[in-house]
Design a protein around this ligand. Structure first.
Ligand SMILES: NC(=O)c1ccc[n+]([C@@H]2O[C@H](COP(=O)([O-])OP(=O)(O)OC[C@H]3O[C@@H](n4cnc5c(N)ncnc54)[C@H](O)[C@@H]3O)[C@@H](O)[C@H]2O)c1
Length: 253
C-alpha cells in the first residue's frame, strides 16, 4: 500500500529550499530516488548546482538554482525556472533556515529580522509563489521544516530562532485551513537534534555526547530519518495542518 502511494509520486516535481546540504539535501536526494524531479535551491548557488549534480550522477532528475528565499522576485524566478524546466511544481519543501545562538539581551534588531526573514518570511514567500499553480492542478504538498524549538524552546538557538519556528507552525495551520480543499496538504516537521553542520557548528563534541546520553533514543537523528518523514507527508493522506515531531523522544507532547 505504501509502495503504491509512493509510486503515484513518480514524475512529480519538487522544490527543496536550502537543499545544498544537511536535511535539505537528504530530502532532495530521497525524493529523487523515488522518481520525483527535484529542484535544489540554495543561497549558496555553487553548492546547489553541486548537490543537483550529485543527484543526477545516480541517474535521477535534478536541477540546481541559486535563490535567497527572503527575496520575493528571486523566489518567483525560482518557481518560473522550475515550471519552464519541469512543467509544474507539485511539492514544496520549505527547509532553508538559519540558527543564531545569541541570548535575548544581545540580539540586535538586525539579527532578529535576519532570522525571522529566512526562517518565517521565506516560508511565506515560497509557499505563496506556488499556491496558485497547485490550486490550478488540484494537487500540492507543502512540508515546512519547523523544529522542536517551535513546539517548546530551542536547545541551541536564541529567542529569534524559537519565535521563527513557532511562527512556522502557525503559518502551516493557517495555510492548511485555507488550501486543503484544493488537494493541497500543508504540514510541518519538527526535528530535535539532527546530525548536520548546523548542529556541529554550534556544539562541541562533549556537548553532543551529553545530549546523546539524555535522549530516550541515545543518539542524534540522521538527515535521512527526517527525509523519510518528509517523503511520507508527500503521499496521499488525510494529514494536513499537522506538526509532526521527530526527536528521539527528547520532547514528548
Ligand atoms: N539540524 C538540526 O538539528 C535541526 C533541528 C530542527 C530544525 N532544523 C531546521 O532544519 C532546516 C535544515 O537544517 P540543517 O541542519 O540541514 O541546516 P544547514 O545549515 O546544514 O542547511 C541549511 C541550508 O539552508 C541554506 N540557506 C540559508 N539561508 C538561506 C536563504 N536565505 N535562502 C536559501 N537558502 C538558505 C544554507 O545555505 C544551507 O545550505 C533548517 O530550517 C533548520 O532550522 C534543524
Amino acid at each position: 500500500m505504501m509502495i503504491d502511494a509512493i509510486e503515484k509520486l513518480k514524475g512529480k516535481t519538487a522544490i527543496v529550499t536550502g537543499g545544498a546540504q544537511g536535511m535539505g539535501f537528504a530530502v532532495a536526494d530521497m525524493l529523487a530516488d523515488n522518481g520525483i524531479k527535484v529542484v535544489v535551491c540554495d543561497i549558496k548557488g555553487e553548492d546547489a548546482h553541486a548537490a543537483a549534480e550529485k543527484i543526477k550522477a545516480k541517474g535521477n532528475i535534478a536541477h540546481g538554482v541559486k535563490v535567497n528565499v527572503t527575496v520575493e522576485e528571486a523566489v518567483d524566478g525560482m518557481v518560473k525556472e522550475t515550471v519552464d524546466r519541469f512543467g509544474s511544481v507539485d511539492i514544496l519543501v520549505n527547509n532553508a533556515g538559519i540558527l543564531k545562538p545569541t541570548r535575548i539581551d544581545d540580539i540586535s534588531k538586525k539579527e532578529w529580522d535576519q532570522v525571522l526573514d529566512v526562517n518565517l518570511n521565506g516560508v511565506f514567500l515560497c509557499s505563496k509563489a506556488v499556491l496558485a499553480l497547485m490550486k490550478k492542478n488540484n494537487f500540492g504538498r507543502i512540508v515546512n521544516m519547523s523544529s522542536s524549538a517551535g513546539r517548546s524552546v530551542s536547545t541551541l538557538g536564541g529567542a529569534h530562532y524559537t519565535a521563527s519556528k513557532a511562527g512556522v507552525l502557525g503559518l502551516t495551520r493557517a495555510m492548511a485551513k485555507e488550501v486543503s480543499q484544493y488537494g493541497i496538504t500543508v504540514n510541518a516537521v519538527c526535528p530535535g537534534l539532527i546530525d548536520t553542520e548546523m548542529v556541529r557548528r554550534d556544539c562541541t563534541p562533549e556537548k553532543i555526547k551529553y545530549y546523546e546520553s539524555v535522549f530516550p533514543i541515545p543518539r542524534l537523528g540522521t538527515p535521512q530519518e527526517v527525509a523519510q518523514l518528509v517523503m511520507f507527508l508527500c503521499i496521499d493522506s488525510y494529514i494536513t495542518g499537522a506538526s509532526i515531531d521527530i526527536n528521539g523522544g527528547d520532547l514528548m507532547l
